[in-house]
Design a protein around this ligand. Structure first.
Ligand code: BG6
Length: 516
């Protein structure tokens, strides 16, 4: 296929970035994997880009008995691993902002000592009581920590100034079903109100995911065709080649439906399908997202197997290496029925999307890592080239490539030079790195900066979390009670007959993974 490269004129770039406010971040689980691999390196990036207020400091909290110095060293090492170019000078300067408090999460004394530590550190760094509490710990600990924060009056620190109120950052999944999410929300709401709660879904911080709204609503040419009159179907794919790593005990309780589908997948679907918000204000955007989620047709228990299919990886070969099956992974029950792959067909019952199927698939240990949204348009209603045998021309397809390739491509037909009637399928591609000449920032960087600024646009509001769980409730219940195991697919598969059936029975096919 031919490739056409667009060009970008510098005047076209409108950029505005506000540095973070003077805050302290208290990270629970600071010596853990998430904090070391993602959070703290992202804060370091903000620091090196002058986007961190000079008064910022971070108090790590955890069960490990380590000193400030030991914590600083482990953080420096983690940053060096993720950012080979980090200078020793920057690392030393950043490390001076880091502290560590050890203790048991269920001991009230721990929170008293955190509170006393914050008073002292606020004074030292000239922070005015504005604290962000980040829960980078397993979900079963969320309520314990939040209750203690409330009892120690830490949830209302800085309350005289609304911009400077304590904030709570909670990782997904928020709950494990409708009921547990409601219980968790109720517990959190006793100490923090909605304006203080930042529910993280890191997909919303990805540049390419943020771009969905810009692409749709900052251009005039797409909106008129963004509906059931012109669109045949939409495919959203989140596949990974990696397995579950060291997270077996968490993953076996979650599965891909809770880990990815309820949050990353449905949030992307909402961005692709929602109506234009009145403005780019947090609640305007979040109102439209939840409205869209409410329009998704409920799964019908009688027809579940034709709408959603689950699989689990067996042994296989990924990137040329033999890998074990899911049930042999560390921390996984050897008879586990947890799904590592899911494919679903959804309909959105509103005027814009009447009759347009949305095919969604997400899974681990597949042939490639690939996240994309592909919009397939309807075929031309009548081909004037039919007499030359060109009556069935391929559809236009618009692909929003989320990762690892980051870009947009549009497939269309054009005349090939030569004989009078001769056509080719072309792909017009735009690639972020080629055009903007920058490395794409880590999603957490965007989200952490927004949280410091008190901007909730890219965070999940409870009503959208609740709506997503409500949609999946019949599926979770069915799978919990269903004694049969998910079908097994060999690790490294490109596709599987079970999921192919879901789309092929409609006369369509999945896009090949990593196809542009
Ligand atoms: C996380 C899931 O939310 O997203 C992981 O818990 C998954 O299981 C990860 O691997 C994928 O994120 P990304 O940014 O690599 O697509």
């Amino acid at each position: 296929m031919e490739k056409i490269q667009p060009s970008l004129s510098r005047q076209d770039i409108i950029c505005a970035e506000t540095p973070g406010s003077p805050v302290a971040m208290v990270v629970f689980g600071a010596s853990g994997d998430l904090a070391h691999r993602k959070l703290i390196p992202s804060i370091f990036n903000l620091f090196t880009q002058d986007l961190l207020d000079e008064r910022f400091y971070l108090l790590g909290c955890g069960r490990k008995k380590i000193t400030d110095e030991q914590f600083r060293e482990s953080v420096k090492q983690a940053i060096r691993q993720s950012r080979s170019g980090a200078s020793a000078k920057d690392l030393d300067a950043f490390a001076e902002k880091l502290y560590f408090a050890s203790g048991d999460y269920d001991n009230a004394e721990f929170y008293k000592s955190i509170k006393a530590g914050l008073v002292e550190l606020d004074k030292k760094h000239k922070v005015d009581g504005c604290h962000i509490f980040y829960l980078a710990i397993p979900p079963f600990l969320y309520s314990t920590i939040v209750e203690h924060l409330g009892r120690a009056s830490l949830s209302c620190s800085g309350q005289s100034d609304s911009k400077c109120r304590a904030r709570l950052v909670v990782e997904k999944p928020f709950g494990r079903d409708l009921q547990s999410a409601a219980e968790l929300n109720e517990k959190i709401s006793r100490c923090f109100d909605e304006s203080q709660i930042y529910r993280i879904d890191h997909y919303l911080g990805k540049e390419t995911v943020q771009n969905i709204l810009m692409f749709r609503f900052a251009n005039i040419i797409f909106e008129p065709v963004w509906n059931c009159e012109y669109i045949d179907h939409v495919q959203i794919t989140i596949t990974e080649s990696m397995g579950i790593g060291h997270r077996g005990s968490y993953y076996d309780q979650a599965g891909v439906l809770r880990d990815i589908f309820q949050n990353h997948m449905l949030q992307m679907l909402a961005l692709v399908a929602m109506e234009p918000p009145a403005s780019f204000e947090a609640d305007c955007v979040r109102d439209e997202k939840v409205r869209l989620l409410r329009f998704i047709r409920s799964f019908s228990p009688g027809d579940l197997n034709n709408s959603i299919v689950r699989g689990q990886y067996g042994p296989g070969v990924v990137d040329g290496k033999h890998v074990v099956g899911y049930r042999s992974e560390l921390g996984v029950d050897q008879n586990s029925r947890t799904e590592t792959f899911v494919a679903a067909k959804l309909f959105i019952d509103n005027r814009r999307w009447q009759g347009v199927p949305f095919y969604l698939r997400a899974g681990k240990r597949l042939a490639h890592k690939d996240t994309e949204v592909a919009i397939t348009f309807k075929k031309v209603p009548h081909s004037m080239f039919a007499s030359a045998g060109l009556d069935d021309m391929p559809s236009n397809v618009l692909v929003l490539q989320i990762q690892p390739e980051e870009g947009i491509s549009l497939r269309f037909q054009a005349k090939r030079p030569g004989s009078k009637i001769c056509m080719s399928t072309l792909n017009m591609n735009f690639n972020y790195k080629d055009v903007f000449l920058v490395d794409m920032p880590e999603a957490y960087q965007r989200l952490l900066l927004d949280c410091m600024l008190g901007d909730q646009t890219l965070f999940d509001r409870y009503d959208s979390v609740e709506t997503a769980w409500r949609l999946l409730e019949p599926v979770l219940q069915r799978w919990q009670n269903d004694e049969s195991a998910p079908y097994e697919y060999p690790a490294g598969s490109e596709s599987t007959p079970e999921t192919d059936g879901l789309i092929e029975s409609d006369g369509r096919a999945w896009r090949k993974l990593a196809e542009i």
